[in-house]
Every structure is written in structure tokens, then in C-alpha cells.
Design a protein around this ligand. Structure first.
Ligand SMILES: [Zn+2]
Length: 340
């Protein structure tokens, strides 16, 4: 069993991975997912559907199956070997009670674990609020189920990661080798509960507990008026050898403002390739900023596979092959995954 696990990771570690891919569903087919899209998020959701090649009618139809099938097809027809697919937790208060009516979508851990068992191109990232009364039990269930990463959005999920009460939870993650992908910087597609938790300093306790932490978006701002935390992230990379950053959503305007700094050491050796699928991917900003030339922009902007478009634009910006395979060194080696 151990040998098979080792040989699989050795074999696959050369393949590029998109380590930041969202799963979405409306619960069709009994997946347990839910989705609330209201107000100005409706046209945004319709646009995302079009981007990934699904009709907007899928939103009210068999979305869960259509979305997963489309994602699988995109991975298989791209340069990628795999995608880390993300569960999405409900919002809890610090006493561990669900905050009803606050979140905009939910993707249960059982669903991403199942998708990953059924498709070797999918690697499962679970999502657990550490204030949940059963947080440690859920963590064990997910480890047994083959989880390779944990994802949360401290500002949207209302998680003060520095709360000492969560120490045991972070220690268990560190001990089991489960890395943490945490949203940092502003956020405009999911409702924000605690704006100040966008600051990457919120991740100091898990880092001190030895968890490998990935700051999604390198703490860049999303909206024009968001506070800028990139410099905070950049300083923290120098202090914490176990802190990484991902390039997710760098192909939307504003987020990609710090690409040049990300391509310099010591940041470059901590960069991980992620798209933030189904967030739209456009090369206009990269071209305007001079990260890619006109010909490259035109070539990939037209590409119908948005995972491939994102991958090729990032490579053209100068992110090396290692930034797309480094994640293999961070992901927990789950024996269950290797036995498919
Ligand atoms: Zn994301």
C-alpha cells in the first residue's frame, strides 16, 4: 500500500496541477450542496456559467452533475494532470453555532471526497470551521476519507484563525500533513462577515503550529477600495518558511497587480498555480501591464478551455513549471487516493 502511494506521487509529481478550483451545486442528485444567488450576483453567476461552457439554465437544473462533468472534461483536455477541488463550509459563530442566512453557498466534504474517489483527476480539499462542536471529529472523518488539503475563507466563514481555542485543530492538521488554503485579501463574490480577517496576519497561529499555509491570491486586493495586504504577505513569507501563496484570480483586473514581485525571490519559490475556477479568466490586464505580449494574449484569450487559458497565460507571464507542480510536495499523501 505504501509502495503504491509512493509510486503514484512520484509518477504524478511532474504533472501540472490547478490547486484552486471551486465546486458548485444546487443539491440536484442529493449531493447536499446549496446555492443562493440573489441581486447583482445573478448576472455574475450567469456570466460564470457561460465562461465555463454551461447554459445559465443549468443553475436551476441538474447543476451538480453538469458542473462536475464539465470540469472533468476541461481538466482532461488541458495541460493539467489534476485539479484540487474545494468543498465550502457553512458560516459559524465563534461558539460553534451556524449563522443562518449568512453564507451564499455550501459544498459538503462528503461530496468532494466522493467526486475525488470517482475521478483520479480530482484531488479533494475539505472545508471545516474550527469552531464547529465536531470540528476535530469531522477532521478525522475527512482524513480517513482521503482529504489532501483544507480550505477556508476566514473573512467570509468568520474564522479568527488566531483564536487559541483552535490550537488543537491546527496541531492535528500539522501532524497529519494536511495543508491549509486560506483566502486572503478582499472578496466580492462571497459575502464578507469580518472584513478585517482578510489580513494574512490572521494565519499566524496555524503557521506557528506548523501547518503549511497557502495564502490564496497572495493577499492581493480584489476591489479598488479594498485594503492592500500584499506587502504584509510578502513580509510574512520572509518570516515563515511554511507560508506559500497562490496565483488564483490573477487573470482578473487588480488582483494581478503584483505579478512582478511574485516572480522575484523569495516569493517565487513559494508560488502555487491556481485559477479560482469558475472565476473568469481574461488576459487583457496582463497584456496592459506588459506581463505578456500582444501575440500571446491574442493566442490564449481565444482559447475555449478557461483552465488551459489561465495556465498558459500564467506560464507566459513567467511563472515556471515548478509553480504548477510544487503543490505535490504540500498535499497530504492520502493512501485512499492512491488505491484507485
Ligand atoms: Zn477561490
Amino acid at each position: 500500500m505504501a509502495d503504491r502511494a509512493a509510486s503514484k506521487s512520484e509518477h504524478e509529481s511532474s504533472k501540472p496541477v490547478d490547486m484552486h478550483v471551486h465546486v458548485v451545486g444546487n443539491g440536484a442528485g442529493g449531493t447536499g450542496c446549496w446555492l443562493k444567488v440573489g441581486g447583482w450576483h445573478r448576472p455574475l453567476a450567469a456570466m460564470m456559467m457561460r465562461q465555463i461552457g454551461l447554459p445559465s439554465s443549468a443553475m436551476t437544473g441538474d447543476l451538480d452533475r453538469l458542473y462536475a462533468e464539465r470540469l472533468l472534461e476541461l481538466v482532461k483536455t488541458s495541460s493539467l494532470g489534476a485539479a484540487v477541488i474545494l468543498a465550502h463550509e457553512r458560516v459559524y459563530d465563534s461558539s460553534g453555532n451556524i449563522m443562518e442566512g449568512v453564507g451564499s453557498f455550501y459544498v459538503p466534504n462528503t461530496y468532494v471526497l466522493k467526486l475525488a474517489r470517482e475521478n483520479r483527476e480530482f484531488l479533494p480539499a475539505v472545508s471545516i470551521h474550527p469552531a464547529r462542536p465536531d470540528a476535530l471529529e469531522e477532521l478525522e472523518r475527512c482524513l480517513t476519507g482521503g482529504a489532501v488539503m483544507m480550505k477556508c475563507l476566514p473573512n467570509c466563514h468568520n474564522i479568527d484563525c488566531n483564536d487559541r481555542g483552535y490550537t488543537k485543530f491546527w496541531e492535528r492538521m500539522a501532524e497529519s500533513g494536511l495543508p491549509l488554503l486560506a483566502h486572503t485579501g478582499g472578496e466580492h463574490t462571497v459575502p464578507v462577515v469580518r472584513r478585517e480577517f482578510a489580513d494574512p496576519r490572521i494565519l499566524e497561529l496555524p503557521l506557528e503550529c506548523g501547518v503549511k499555509v497557502i495564502a490564496a491570491h497572495c493577499a492581493t486586493k480584489s476591489g479598488l477600495f479594498d485594503p492592500e495586504y500584499f506587502h504584509v504577505f510578502s513580509d510574512m513569507v520572509r518570516r515563515y518558511p511554511n507560508l506559500y501563496g497562490d496565483t488564483s484570480a490573477f487573470n482578473v483586473p487588480i488582483r494581478g497587480r503584483h505579478v512582478r514581485e511574485c516572480l522575484q525571490e523569495p516569493l517565487l519559490s513559494r508560488m502555487l498555480h491556481g485559477s479560482d475556477y469558475p472565476v473568469p479568466v481574461h488576459g487583457h490586464f496582463a497584456w496592459l501591464k506588459g506581463y505578456v505580449d500582444w501575440k500571446t494574449f491574442r493566442q490564449w484569450e481565444k482559447h475555449p478551455n478557461i483552465l488551459e487559458r489561465d495556465y498558459q497565460l500564467k506560464r507566459a507571464m513567467g511563472f515556471p513549471h515548478e509553480s504548477t507542480t510544487r503543490i505535490w510536495q504540500l498535499l497530504r499523501k492520502a493512501p485512499e487516493q492512491s488505491l484507485q
